[in-house]
Write a new protein. Structure first.
Length: 217
């Protein structure tokens, strides 16, 4: 069994691309793989409830021109399309993602963590959803089978906030400086949305080393 820990933010377009490339590699890999989604926030300082269009964020915080925003988004959308992901970054809304990450941890406790992680990415990249809006998160939870009242109660509490903070602290400990970031059996790391072949190489190396260790005992 190869364990892959993935630090990502559901507001990160390249993280969704990296997720899909990893999953494609796993689908062709000869071996068992466990994937653990770990929380990371691109901007922890964003005030809750103050969403803004992505283009506005790029121009105000990164100094992009409107033309540069179009260029960057077209490139990301083109790469995503090659993987079957239909990005609509014109509708992308930047918001604080901590509650979305809390929902992801909550969903994991209910056995639907993978489905929730995927649904959050879809909502952000394709549907223009605002991921710090409780009603939006409740609806997304329902989409993967979590009763609305359960998600609403969780969001009204501080549950899973410590899990999100712990993931971010762990990211610093393992040297994460940007996401997506993939760690294989706590031995090998892949930084960024790398080609599928690199993920396959990391999976194969991890599996072969684990098997060699067992054989040597």
């Amino acid at each position: 069994m190869v364990k892959v820990e993935v630090w990502s933010d559901v507001a990160c377009p390249w993280c969704y691309i990296g997720k899909r490339r990893l999953q494609n590699a796993i689908s062709e890999f000869d071996g068992d793989v466990e994937v653990q989604w770990r929380s990371f926030q691109l901007d922890e300082t964003l005030p809750k409830g103050e969403a803004m269009p992505q283009a506005q964020m790029f121009m105000e915080k990164r100094g992009f021109t409107a033309e540069k925003v179009v260029e960057v988004n077209e490139r990301m959308s083109s790469v995503a399309a090659e993987l079957g992901l239909d990005y609509d970054l014109d509708s992308y809304m930047v918001a604080n993602t901590k509650d979305a990450h809390r929902l992801s941890h909550f969903a994991t406790s209910r056995g639907v963590g993978d489905q929730m992680h995927e649904r959050l990415f879809q909502a952000q990249m394709m549907e223009g959803k605002i991921l710090d809006d409780a009603d939006v998160l409740v609806s997304l939870g329902e989409d993967v089978g979590i009763p609305a009242e359960d998600t609403r109660a969780m969001l009204a509490s501080d549950e899973y906030g410590d899990d999100v903070d712990r993931d971010i602290a762990d990211a610093r400990d393992v040297g994460v400086q940007g996401v997506p970031f993939f760690v294989f059996d706590r031995k090998y790391a892949v930084s960024g949305a790398q080609p599928q072949e690199l993920f396959m190489q990391a999976l194969t190396t991890s599996r072969d080393e684990a098997e060699a260790e067992v054989a040597a005992r």
